[in-house]
Design a protein around this ligand. Structure first.
Ligand code: NDP
Ligand code: MG
Length: 393
């Protein structure tokens, strides 16, 4: 196979590490050509030493000199770049055919969109960009012939199951599985005092802090329902959620003939990254196979929407459409940051998201400007609500 030239956005994060691990296993077919991060210059330089990309990009403009000097100090020819414009430019640069979109949050939208518009193979982990601007992103990808391969494990599972046939008219519904997070089985009252450290201690997956909190509130599953809606063109009624604490069945597709297909594997993101990097071939990802004899059993249960209202809020925002999902996502990002910083309680996260959704009207969302304005409004009113709340506490 031809050598794939890969740009890894969010290289210093959890998904970035998994992507680079798979790439490094296949030097004959994969090369990390561009590495990009947010502000952690030291971590980016260390990755450059290991993977020797042509270009390194730091989103924080203030990081430029440190990145340039850091690369020089270790004697690397890698070129240094900084700023959001450089990020966007490299997402569309002709040197790369594949972009791993693994920046966390709405901050990933401009580069994700740029990669789609440039017709890249887009390995999409940055789910927030689909929640914020799903229609726009899918439209641009289709127009430019960009092949979007989902990296989120549930959507990778559905993607793989759908490729078993001409599935265009035969799908009855999809079921996203959810681990239930660290607080599965707790009542609402039992969630009042949980700490950030408890919330990020996920029982099955090792992930960055933001998505770990989202998994604990079940907002992650809500974002994933919206993600599935855009990726696979499915309406709300045809997307279900089952809690599956073992995290071995990554999602299921039910067809009209009564067949249900599932994709299974150990919870390790290197599998879905290997799927995306090598598709339609399969390559070694370093992940062991699944021994169901040793696992013993698989359990499934309905999600508890009373203790975890974020999932219901996301469904509501998706049904409302327009700017509602953008508002939901932005309010959630602000609330999760505040929770991680120890400023608000766990249950204030759904309360703040609800506040943003009920305060801001959902309007039409045909343009990027309208979506970004909704995102900014939601951040502002959530920050204001947060200040009032911490002032009263
Ligand atoms: P991490 O927090 O581990 O990593 C986030 C990455 O984004 C870092 O490389 C960080 O750089 C970079 N970044 C942060 N802010 C900016 C910015 N403003 N501009 C450019 N880069 C920025 O997150 P994860 O790897 O866990 O998650 C990444 C994405 O993948 C999220 O959207 C998440 O929902 C999704 N995802 C993750 C899964 C997982 O297993 N981790 C599973 C499924 C989806 P720096 O280090 O410099 O701050
Ligand atoms: Mg997922």
């Amino acid at each position: 196979p031809a050598l794939r030239q890969v740009a890894v956005f969010g290289a210093t994060g959890s998904i970035g590490a998994s992507a680079l691990d798979v790439i490094a296993r296949h030097p004959d077919r994969l090369r990390a050509r561009v590495l990009a991060a947010g502000s952690n210059v030291a971590a980016l330089v260390a990755l450059c030493v290991r993977h020797r990309p042509d270009d390194a990009v730091i989103a924080d403009p203030a990081g430029f000199a440190a990145l340039r000097d850091g690369l020089r100090a270790v004697g690397l020819p890698t070129r240094a770049h900084a700023g959001p414009e450089a990020l966007e430019a490299f997402a569309a640069a002709p040197e790369c055919d594949t972009v791993v979109a693994a920046i966390v949050g709405a901050a990933g939208l401009p580069s994700t969109l740029a990669a789609a518009r440039a017709g890249k193979r887009l390995l999409l982990a940055n789910k927030e960009s689909l929640v914020l601007a799903g229609e726009l992103l899918m439209r641009h990808a289709q127009a430019a012939g960009s092949e979007i391969i989902p990296i989120d494990s549930e959507h990778s599972a559905i993607f793989q199951c759908l490729r078993s046939c001409d599935a265009s008219r035969g799908v009855r519904r999809v079921i996203l599985t959810a681990s239930g997070g660290p607080f599965r089985g707790r009542s609402r009252a039992e969630l009042a005092d949980v700490t950030p450290a408890q919330a990020v201690a996920h029982p099955k997956w090792s992930m960055g802090p933001k998505i770990s909190v989202d998994s604990a509130t079940l907002m992650n599953k809500g974002l994933e329902v919206i993600e599935a809606h855009h990726l696979f063109g499915l309406e709300a009624e045809r997307i279900g959620v089952w809690v599956h604490p073992q995290s071995l069945v990554h999602s299921l597709v039910e067809f009209v003939d009564g067949s249900t297909l599932a994709q299974m594997g150990l919870p390790d993101m290197r599998t879905t990254l290997a799927v995306g990097l090598a598709w339609p071939e399969r390559v070694d990802s370093g992940v062991a196979g699944l021994d169901l004899l040793q696992q013993g059993r698989l359990d499934f249960e309905a999600p508890d929407l009373t203790a975890f209202p974020c999932l219901a809020l996301a469904w509501e925002a998706m049904r409302a459409g327009g700017t509602a999902p953008a508002i939901l996502n932005a309010a959630n990002e602000v609330a999760v940051d505040a929770f991680l910083a120890g400023k608000i309680a766990f249950l204030a996260i759904p309360a703040l998201v609800q506040h943003a959704l009920s305060t801001l009207p959902s309007t039409n969302a045909d343009t990027l400007e309208a979506l970004l304005a909704a995102d900014a409004d939601a951040r502002r009113i959530t920050a204001a609500a947060l200040t009032r709340q911490t002032a009263h506490a």
